[in-house]
Design a protein around this ligand. Structure first.
Ligand code: CDP
Ligand code: MG
Length: 763
């Protein structure tokens, strides 16, 4: 039976002889113009006049055959048995029942908002529906892509793999992904999962996103920085490409009216999930140590509760690795009593194949008739809504996550462990009732839930440093930042600070236009400070070292391993690489030594052994090597690099090393601290926001230099600066005369010291 979206039903006709090519990317239609309502009206008028010249999709009638035929329409090969097995599972997802309705809404509207419980099949199914319905094919023209964004790279990779399996195609071919520093997609790709940040990057080179017919903004409720900017941009696209572009906004929370309102009353489709009741357990008294309480609860569930898998939420990699070790050791020898238990970590920097293991079924009974096993997954927020793991019955929610905080007045951005919102807490609890009734252990009191937790998570745009966003927006051609159609406009002060920072970095001029340096900087998928460091290294003649340092700083995960049982051996291994100037050049030494090892033997296995012997994380180094390759490619594209010779090693002289540090300072001159008389925890005063801080215990500096440059400001119960190197104040004055303009510099000991340096230089 034919359904709504067949021919003649709405603006997207299906006449197969009506073949047109998609419009050329056209700067006249570029989204930046849409900030004025006059332009918007004009574009709407023009597009009506040009109606006849617009491309038509080759939409199919809704027909069970599309998914049940025996030949895969993407590969022209017969479907495998596995395809039909998975198809049965897919059909049971709540979203599948709404397939026809979804396609009809999309056909008739430029923007559709879809809300559905996590696990209802939004992310994996809806993009497939669009492919099957024909949104990729324009007769006689290059096929379009469907793009689906995710706030997290883990989700983009794992979901694309799953969907490739579901569609019975090769992962990376017809279905692929694109995340920062990693892409698995090609010319055959019809469906691409990407991080919201990557799509924003694509928009920089192609403002009309002309390769895509449909974009799905997934997990919109998370309101990441990139999602918010994309929503604004894509809202413009629906006007400049009214006939060949569809936007679908998907969210897991019911708070969708906001999106509807923003998109001029776009239709809303609600997919009710299959939810079983979840029993809520609260603490009677607040927990004194949420980590200990989490371990205790996990162990109690394993020993006392009926079978069912456990999902617990912690804030980061270190905490999670600790928890895995602790739970494993506390459950040792209990197998007879509670059955076999497998404990898995799950966080963003974990390699793909290890992440994938959380989908493995729980272990079976260890002997016939024995107790069934269970799995315990220790995860970050990743498992809150972006990844659905079936079989979870128990959820442990300590009520915290790591969140970005920004104080524009102090210009300080930091990651802090902070209470989650009620919306987040409910998402977490919902993970328990997916396959049968579950239990959620909230490690806080009911009173705290009702009075301390905020209703929803504050959008990231309101708590971030916006210098990167502003740079990207300028690159996208959006000049009028203040009047950009934001879902939640950031404070003007935050925008102003961002502009100021970009001026200090030399990325924009006083008129607010990107400079030549700024254009180059925006090519790099890294923060503006690092981009500047790389651009500056070319003039300083230390491109190769700066690339290596940047790569080492860009990889997530700690390169130095320090197992508790072998802390001493690990420390002494680290000392072999230590450079007297501190952490940055120590990281460079590690990278050089790693590359040398590969050179002599050329074998991956030898490198792995070498890393193991030196207490270094092989995975981190491998990924740094890959990141370096990508950054180096961009340097080349910008003409900042002629030939990428292999990085020099020990021969490098100290003056050369000074230049490397100078290039780092050219980007990071704002993250500098000046020595104070105070104790170890308050031995430095930060230049940017006058905070008393100590150097992090992992810091390799053995002396206390007057000036240190740091990479990261960490606030736990103490205030630390992490990844620190000694820096000469001269270098700072040269790095940004705008920032270190002593006439305007705030009074105090730092200014006095800098004035002394400036006087000495004059002489
Ligand atoms: O996006 P939404 O939360 O609505 O659901 P989904 O991510 O599309 O998940 C639908 C189903 O696919 C769930 O039952 C998942 O368990 C399954 N899935 C999977 O088996 N493997 C993955 N890598 C991702 C999803
Ligand atoms: Mg999803």
């Amino acid at each position: 039976k034919s359904s709504g979206q067949s021919r003649g039903d709405g603006m997207m006709g299906t006449d197969s002889d009506d073949s047109r090519t998609p419009p050329e990317p056209n700067s006249r239609n570029a989204p930046q113009l849409l900030n004025s309502s006059e332009t918007r009206d004009r574009l709407q008028r023009e597009s009506k006049d040009n109606d006849a010249a617009l491309p038509r999709f080759c939409l199919k009638k809704y027909d069970e055959g599309t998914v049940q035929g025996h030949i895969n329409f993407l590969t022209s090969e017969p479907y495998s048995d596995r395809y039909f097995d998975i198809l049965e599972t897919r059909k049971s997802l709540p979203v599948f029942a709404k397939r026809r309705k979804i396609l009809k809404l999309v056909a008739n509207h430029s923007v559709t908002v879809i809300v559905g419980e996590t696990g209802s099949g939004k992310t994996t199914q809806i993009p497939q529906f669009l492919v099957e319905a024909g949104y990729c094919s324009v007769p006689g023209a290059k096929p379009y892509m469907i793009g689906c964004t995710q706030p997290r790279r883990v989700a983009a990779m794992s979901v694309s793999k799953r969907v490739a399996e579901e569609m019975d195609v090769a992962w990376g071919k017809q279905v692929g992904y694109s995340v920062r520093f990693e892409k698995k997609a090609g010319s055959e790709t019809v469906l691409k999962y990407c991080t919201d940040g990557m799509l924003l990057r694509e928009a920089m080179t192609d403002p009309l996103l002309s390769a895509y017919s449909c974009i799905l903004i997934d997990e919109a409720h998370e309101r990441t920085l990139s999602t918010d900017i994309l929503l604004g941009l894509l809202k413009g696209l629906t006007v400049s490409r009214p006939h060949d572009f569809k936007l679908i906004v998907m969210s897991a929370t019911l708070d969708a009216q906001k999106f509807q309102g923003y998109f001029d009353n776009a239709p809303l489709l609600q997919v009710s999930g299959r939810m079983f009741p979840v029993e809520m357990m609260y603490l009677q008294q607040p927990a004194t140590d949420y980590f200990e309480e989490t371990i205790r609860t996990a162990v109690t569930i394993c020993t006392n509760e009926p079978p069912g898998d456990v999902l617990l939420f912690l804030t980061g990699e270190d905490e999670i690795e600790d928890a895995v070790a602790r739970i494993e050791s506390e459950l040792e020898g209990t197998e007879d009593m509670c059955g076999p238990v497998t404990v898995y970590p799950l966080y963003a920097s974990l390699p793909q194949y290890e992440q994938q293991r959380v989908f493995d079924p729980a272990p079976g009974p260890s002997k016939p008739g024995g107790r069934p096993g269970r799995k315990v997954i220790c995860a970050t927020n990743i498992a809150e809504s972006s990844l659905t793991i079936d079989g979870i019955v128990y959820v442990i929610d300590p009520g915290f996550s790591k969140q970005k905080l920004y104080e524009p007045r102090a210009r300080s951005e930091s990651l802090q462990v902070a209470p989650i919102s009620r919306a987040s807490a409910n998402q977490r609890a919902g993970r328990a009732g997916r396959t049968r009734p579950g239990k959620c252990f909230r490690l806080y009191t009911e009173l705290a839930f009702n009075t301390v937790l905020e209703e929803t998570t504050f959008p990231e745009i309101l708590r971030s440093n916006l210098s990167m966003v502003v740079m990207h927006m300028l690159k996208l051609g959006i000049r009028d930042l203040v009047h950009f159609d934001f879902l939640d406009p950031p404070a003007p002060e935050t925008l102003l600070r961002a502009l100021e920072e970009l001026v200090n970095l030399g990325a924009i001029n006083e008129e607010g236009e990107l400079t030549r340096t700024g254009h180059m900087m925006s090519e790099f998928p890294v923060e503006p400070e690092m981009a500047k460091m790389l651009v500056a290294s070319s003039e300083l003649g230390c491109v190769h070292e700066s690339l290596s340092v940047a790569a080492m700083l860009s990889t997530s995960g700690n390169v130095f391993l320090r197992p508790k049982k072998a802390a001493k051996a690990a420390d002494s291994a680290k000392r072999k690489f230590t450079h007297s100037s501190g952490d940055h050049l120590t990281l460079l030494n590690v990278f050089h030594a790693y590359k040398q090892t590969g050179k002599e033997n050329g074998k991956e296995k030898d490198r792995a052994t070498w890393c193991w012997e030196n207490y270094l994380n092989h995975r981190t180094l491998k990924s740094a090597d890959m990141v370096r390759g990508q950054l180096s490619g961009i340097m080349q594209k910008c003409g900042l690099l002629d030939v990428d010779r292999t990085p020099p090693t020990s021969q490098s002289t100290s003056s050369h090393f000074r230049r490397v540090l100078a290039s780092i300072a050219c980007g990071y001159f704002m993250r500098v601290a000046f020595r104070q008389g105070g104790n170890k925890d308050a031995s430095y005063l930060t230049v940017m926001d006058h905070q008393l801080v100590g150097t992090h215990p992992s810091c390799t500096l053995t002396h206390r230099p007057d000036w240190v440059l740091y990479q990261e400001f960490v606030r736990t119960d103490k205030r630390f600066i992490r990844t620190c190197s000694a820096i000469e104040p001269d270098v700072l004055l040269d790095a940004s005369p705008e920032y270190y303009n002593l006439d305007l510099f705030p009074e105090g000991s730092i200014k006095n010291e800098l004035q002394r340096v400036a006087r000495r230089r004059k002489k």
